[in-house]
Write a protein that binds this ligand. Structure first.
Ligand code: C2E
Ligand code: MG
Ligand code: MG
Length: 593
């Protein structure tokens, strides 16, 4: 009762008023005996219960509700006097207009003889409840459970809304930033799944606080920004309602800086860098999915360019991605249909140019494009998981070829075959076992095999080092390819488990004219020698270069000066010619040479 009702008004009402009150109450009131016989019932009760009554008979509540609440009789019998039998018991009913309604029933066992009840139409409440539940479920299905951020479905919806708004005459611009961490699988490997998850939650916090800061200083529009996690280490930032897209670059750069600050996990500072692909301005794509894909393509391109940077999407990025897709498809076919083959380039001793061995280099005989260079497809093979099969093919071919030369040339055969290993191959924990198995099946002694790894991979973490040591334990030789182009300096040469340093072509090419390059070659030779390593100069094209390299103390050379890479057949002929040429020389007395 409300407080402003006068106390006199509540004095014993007259019977007439009480009856009117019960008659007109917008709620169903009833009273029964413990066996369900109805002793009193107001019109609202009758109206609500009538659709359940057989032949309009409302004499016994248990019979009326027999189908929708079959346990009522037992419940009433079990209830102590003064106790509630049920409260808001839901019962489905088909109304006279055949619409579905829900009734709520509450019963009180007043004493041994009387049950009081109240019945209501709770259809609307039930509907609201269902809507709330549905919206909670919808929210759950649109929320990333790890970070509580909106997920892919949710961000796609908001991008779609942003696209719709930007199609209006005066578009507020939007930008989509696709964020991904560089080499995140390494983080997962070192920190474990749980550590990885903690890192991702910390990333989410940093992203959210960056956006909150923007909101704090920005225009009212900027509260439309959304941060989301798509899954794994993929995050998205949607900047919506931008007046112009100018400052997207600075936002992206600031994000990269923020995200690459160390994360303290289990007492350790974890360093990760992020790459960001950006779609900004009035984008031509009209589907959110396309916008997200385009941003992702730009992100992948940023990674390929070395990571830790952002890149704006342009149509040429898509063209390149399409070409890569085609290439990937064709490369699978190439492996199946044996379109790949191996060419061999001699590596010679300096200064006398005696053949020391060959480097095996892969080629692709493309049905339309002719011969394709490995530079065009090795990276793609790495990305699409074909490098294992490709590498094994090259290794197998090279080992077989060397064994064939042994049979043909006996002791005049080349003493070494050098095969390139890609970074992705060294990520494979099974690599040493694979190499061992190829050596076994081709019956090639491990001492005849040299594997070339590049500086960047040799400089990487402990597991790569372990794999290099496992390979060396097989008895093979390890060479550091393209030395001088990567990260490692002369100072860390000694920390790598390698036997041979291959000095990159870019140093050799300028050595005669560029004093700096010449000094570097000389220093490399000296340091390598002091560490018990030998040196091979790559890309030697002129006699002048060969002479200079000899003077600088280089042990071996490789380059067009002696031969371009040759097919197996041409290399066999080249070897035959070499051994022919060396034979008369052997007959010449030593004094005459
Ligand atoms: P790389 O291992 O440094 O191989 C040397 C590259 O220099 C070869 O290019 C070779 O043809 C080229 N070259 C040799 N002498 C000269 C010269 O005097 N002048 C010039 N201008 N170039 C010379 P290629 O065969 O195109 O291979 C390029 C790169 O592709 C290789 O560089 C290597 O990193 C990679 N690669 C080739 N075959 C394989 C393979 O089977 N597996 C893997 N993982 N990578 C391979
Ligand atoms: Mg090489
Ligand atoms: Mg090289």
């Amino acid at each position: 009762m409300s407080a402003n009702v006068d106390a006199e008004d509540l004095q014993p009402p007259n019977l007439e008023a009480l009856i009117q009150f019960l008659y007109q109450a917008p709620t169903g009131l009833l009273q029964t005996r413990p066996d369900g016989t109805v002793t009193m019932m107001n019109p609202r009760s009758a109206q609500l219960l009538m659709p359940l009554a057989r032949q309009g008979n409302l004499d016994n509540l248990f019979e009326v509700l027999g189908e929708v609440a079959p346990d009522l009789r037992t419940m009433v019998a079990a209830a102590e006097p003064g106790a509630l039998v049920c409260e808001g018991l839901r019962m489905p009913v088909l109304s006279p207009t055949r619409s579905r309604r829900v009734l709520g029933l509450s019963l009180l066992r007043l004493d041994a003889h009387t049950i009081m009840g109240c019945v209501n139409d709770v259809t609307h409440e039930v509907e609201l409840e269902q809507q709330r539940l549905a919206s909670r479920m919808r929210d759950a299905s649109r929320t990333d459970s790890l970070t509580q951020m909106p997920n892919r479905a949710a961000v796609l919806e908001r991008i779609q809304q942003a696209i719709a708004r930007s199609e209006d005459d005066a578009p507020p611009h939007f930008a989509v930033l696709f964020i991904n961490f560089d080499r995140f699988n390494r983080v997962n490997l070192t920190l474990g799944q749980e550590g990885g998850d903690r890192l991702l939650r910390m990333v989410a916090e940093r992203l959210n606080s960056t956006v909150r800061q923007r909101d704090a200083v920005g225009s009212p529009h900027e509260s439309l920004h959304t941060t989301a996690r798509l899954g794994g280490d993929e995050f998205v930032l949607l900047l919506d309602g931008l007046r112009d897209c100018e400052d997207v670059h600075s936002v992206a750069q600031r994000l990269i800086d923020t995200l690459s600050r160390p994360y303290l996990i289990n007492g350790i500072d974890v360093h990760v860098s992020a790459s960001i692909g950006v779609v900004a301005g009035v984008h031509t794509a009209s589907l959110a999915n396309t916008v997200l894909q385009d941003a992702s393509l730009a992100m992948q391109e940023a990674k390929r360019a070395g990571g830790g940077r952002h890149l704006l999407f342009t149509p040429s990025i898509k063209d390149r991605a399409t070409r890569r897709g085609v290439m990937e498809h064709e490369l699978r076919r190439a492996l199946e249909q044996k379109e790949l083959f191996v060419v061999y380039q001699p590596i010679v001793e300096l200064p006398d140019a005696r053949v020391a061995g060959f480097e095996a280099l892969v080629r692709w005989q493309h049905p339309e494009r002719g011969i394709v260079s490995p530079i065009e497809f090795i990276e793609i093979a790495e990305e699409c998981g074909l490098i294992g099969a490709l590498g094994e093919f090259v290794l197998n071919s090279a080992c077989r070829q060397l064994m064939a030369w042994q049979r043909q040339f006996g002791s005049a055969m080349p003493r070494m075959i050098s095969v390139n290993l890609s970074r992705a191959q060294l990520n494979d924990a099974e690599i040493a076992r694979q190499v061992e198995s190829v050596l076994r099946t081709t019956r090639m002694p491990a001492t005849l095999l040299q594997l070339e790894v590049t500086e960047s991979m040799a400089a990487q973490g402990d597991d790569i080092r372990t794999r290099l040591l496992e390979l060396k334990a097989l008895g093979i030789t390890l060479a550091l390819d393209d030395f001088g182009t990567g990260y490692s300096s002369l100072a860390c040469l000694g920390q790598l488990p390698i036997d041979v340093v291959k000095i990159d072509r870019s140093f050799v090419a300028d050595a005669e004219t560029n004093l700096h390059k010449r000094v570097l070659i000389e220093a490399t030779v000296r340091v390598a020698r002091s560490l018990g390593m030998s040196t091979t100069a790559e890309g030697v094209e002129t006699d002048g270069q060969a002479t200079l390299l000899t003077t600088l103390g280089c042990d071996k050379g490789q380059g067009y000066l002696w031969s371009r890479p040759m097919t197996a057949r041409a290399a066999t002929q080249w070897l035959a010619a070499q051994s022919e040429a060396s034979r008369p020389a052997e007959a010449v007395p030593a004094a005459a040479r």
